[in-house]
Write a protein that binds this ligand. Structure first.
Ligand SMILES: CC(C)(COP(=O)(O)OP(=O)(O)OC[C@H]1O[C@@H](n2cnc3c(N)ncnc32)[C@H](O)[C@@H]1OP(=O)(O)O)[C@@H](O)C(=O)NCCC(=O)NCCS
Length: 250
């Protein structure tokens, strides 16, 4: 029952067409011909979202790009897709759509909730991953999160995580990520979460998060993160120089 009510509040939160969305479209596209709207991600659009991620996130996210996780745009990645799908199934994710209904997916924020103990489960699963590049990325993220005692520090028993933010390469730099963060924060508040967290791996997502009021609680500079032989593991392209774990109390 509680679950159903949450779904209803999420659905009513993000109207398909709104004056506000029209304003965003104007700023984002410079014309009203291609309106942008924001909505929850329903199950029948999961495949489209995965397609979007293959073309825009798997190859372009700074750590993925540094290790060459998916060098060919559009290429699949089984584990990233599994992770994305299980996050979308939590029903807290948001998409940006361009054009008249049903619209084209041009951006997503995949949001999920973590609770004490989840990190240990994720670490055990990661150890079974056959892809060393994937393991290296999530080892960094898991290690950094393990060092923080966010549940105790903020006195919460769950954390609303912005896990993946991705915008179509043709519509970047126009405020869509900031809008996706804003909508995600609304979803978090409407569902009763008190801490929003993002593991930001590049300069642009760090700016997006700072703009949205998140504060940095932990930083790893990539040039100081080395393997046992002293070799830098992530040679990211400028201006992406660090991982920042950023949070906002809601
Ligand atoms: C990161 C990403 C989601 C940003 O999406 P976006 O819609 O272009 O971001 P926004 O337009 O909302 O801009 C967010 C901030 O980054 C800045 N920014 C975005 N692209 C920029 C660019 N190419 N050059 C300089 N600054 C840029 C914006 O100016 C803004 O900062 P400001 O508020 O201080 O001005 C997008 O670049 C992307 O999908 N990248 C690949 C996947 C990825 O890296 N995801 C994040 C991983 S944590």
């Amino acid at each position: 029952m509680r679950r159903q009510m949450n779904l209803i509040s999420r659905a009513s939160l993000l109207p398909r067409i709104s004056w506000h969305a029209g304003l965003v479209a104007k700023r984002a596209m410079g014309s009203e011909k291609d309106p942008i709207t924001f909505d929850c991600i329903p199950e029948d659009r999961f495949c489209e979202v995965i397609e979007h991620l293959r073309k825009n996130f798997f190859c372009d996210e700074p750590l993925n790009s540094a290790v060459g996780l998916c060098p060919v745009p559009g290429a699949p990645h089984a584990e990233l897709e599994k992770m994305s799908l299980s996050t979308m199934k939590q029903g807290l994710s948001v998409m940006a759509l361009m054009g008249e209904s049903p619209g084209r997916v041009v951006g997503v924020a995949l949001n999920g909730v973590t609770r004490p103990g989840d990190l240990e489960v994720a670490e055990r699963q990661l150890a079974l991953s056959p892809d060393p590049k994937f393991r290296s990325i999530f080892s960094l993220l898991n290690e950094a999160n393990r060092k923080l005692s966010l549940y105790e520090r903020y006195n919460v028993d769950s954390i609303f995580e912005l896990r993946i933010v991705s915008v179509d390469s043709s519509t970047r730099g126009r405020g869509l990520a900031q809008q996706l963060l804003k909508k995600s924060e609304e979803v978090a508040r409407n569902n009763g979460y008190h801490l929003l967290k993002a593991d930001t791996t590049g300069k642009y997502s760090q700016r997006m998060a700072a703009q949205g009021g998140l504060e940095t609680v932990y930083t790893v500079m990539y040039d100081s993160y080395k393997d046992s032989e002293g070799k830098v593991i992530f040679n990211t392209s400028p201006p992406h120089d660090s991982l920042k774990i950023m949070v906002k109390k809601l």
